[in-house]
Design a protein around this ligand. Sequence first.
Ligand code: ATP
Ligand code: MG
Length: 261
Amino acid sequence: MIRIAVANQKGGVGKTTTAINIGTALAASGSSVLIVDLDPQGNASTGLGIDRSARDRSSYDILVGTASAEEASIPTRVPKLELIPSTVDLSGAEIELVDIDRRAYRLDMSLSDVRHSRWDVVLIDCPPSLGLLTINAMTAASALLVPLQCEFFALEGLSQLLQTIERVRERFNAGLQILGVALTMYDRRNRLSEQVAQDVRACLGKLVFETVIPRNVRLSEAPSHGLPALIYDHRCSGSEAYIALARELIARLPQMEKVAA
Ligand code: ATP
Ligand code: MG
């Protein structure tokens, strides 16, 4: 079971869209996939069509220990893709967890209790902050997937993210790797997008995936239908890009496992 945290403390850079569509692509290619919605906003849960009334058990429960990950997981409309939804309870978790034993390891502990064969891949959709929820995700994960929006301030904040990764490595999870950085919302009509993409590649080199996710209205429409874009319109440019990104990501996984071993 490989655990991947989708993280960037910047808001609205495409974390949730990436988690949902990469999760769908991996499920379509035969893996059994779990998405953990670790954001109190619950966008991954809504985007996968899980109504608030259907969220009996949630990611909050698995953090505080009132449900196991297997108990809290529910099926989605996508075969082989399951979800641990988030509820508003999670917004209090940052504060409540402070008094809980081994507070940075709560998600790690919960996922470690899961039968090994239950899921092949766990994707953790992080909130836009570097608080205890994201720390839990980074402590539980073996790999990080970082979406970076092609906009002027893309690289700003990245050093803060890298510092946090370093701190998590030192204190909680020495094996944490960066699987890759995915450029999102690329607008080919906008010269700034191209410039930002070049700058990011110059700065981060091979960490950056070749595939670039274009700005595509179908990607933003899909969540309101409770469907991954890959199901809503599998032929739109955004879906095609996510399929290509998933391929690249799969190709990087064996290396990761070697590193982790
Ligand atoms: P938050 O930090 O609030 O959790 P996020 O990083 O998870 O945000 P998303 O929710 O995935 O970001 O995306 C932000 C908004 O942009 C959403 O409305 C989403 O539908 C839209 N969006 C994401 N990716 C694209 C894209 N490539 N093209 C067009 N719209 C996109
Ligand atoms: Mg999100």
